[in-house]
Design a protein around this ligand. Structure first.
Ligand code: ATP
Ligand code: MG
Length: 144
């Protein structure tokens, strides 16, 4: 399995409970095939964020728990990992609200995003240039 599996992510029949009593998700399943984009739609409070936090393992910090079902990422069970371990495996949850570090410059914010990759200064500069080639305005405003 591992990186050869056709699906990057497989969520099967998960149930999530907050505070040991609040049932937030019941029987949720979804699959993300390699090379595809999947959108999760639903009303306020339907459980979209809870589903994503189950996958990124950020639920624990909100006293939430996956109590049934399974989550497989790159063919391996997601269970006892921490969010930072998931980031190292390439699974990053971008939280809603477009938050960034207000006291840092644009460029410092981008560099902060690369923190966990432990790049050399040269590689970091190359990656910065790549980001700036996609988003030219960011380069103009990099000291803001
Ligand atoms: N930390 C928490 N503790 C207890 N219950 C929670 C917690 N977070 C979410 N819930 C409950 O879980 C259910 C699903 O909420 P969730 O935030 O996942 O929905 P959502 O689809 O992301 O909603 P929105 O569109 O408003 O972002 C809701 O009933 C909500 O009240
Ligand atoms: Mg939400």
């Amino acid at each position: 399995m591992g990186k050869d599996s056709t699906n990057i992510l497989e969520v099967k029949n998960i149930e999530v409970v907050y505070d040991n009593v609040i049932l937030a998700l019941h029987n949720v399943s979804l699959t993300v095939p390699r090379g595809k984009i999947v959108a999760l739609l639903g009303a306020n409070g339907a459980g979209k964020s809870t589903t994503l936090k189950s996958i990124s393992t950020m639920l624990a910090s909100e006293r939430g728990k996956v109590t049934k079902g399974s989550i497989d990422y790159e063919g391996n069970a997601v269970k006892d990992q921490t969010p930072s371990e998931m980031v190292k495996l390439g699974m990053v949850q971008v939280l809603e609200g477009r938050r960034c570090f207000g006291h840092l410059t644009v460029e410092e914010n981008i560099i902060a995003g690369a923190y966990s990759r432990k790049l050399s200064r040269g590689d970091l500069n190359q990656e910065l240039e790549k980001v700036y080639s996609y988003f030219k305005r960011l380069k103009e405003r990099r000291k803001s």
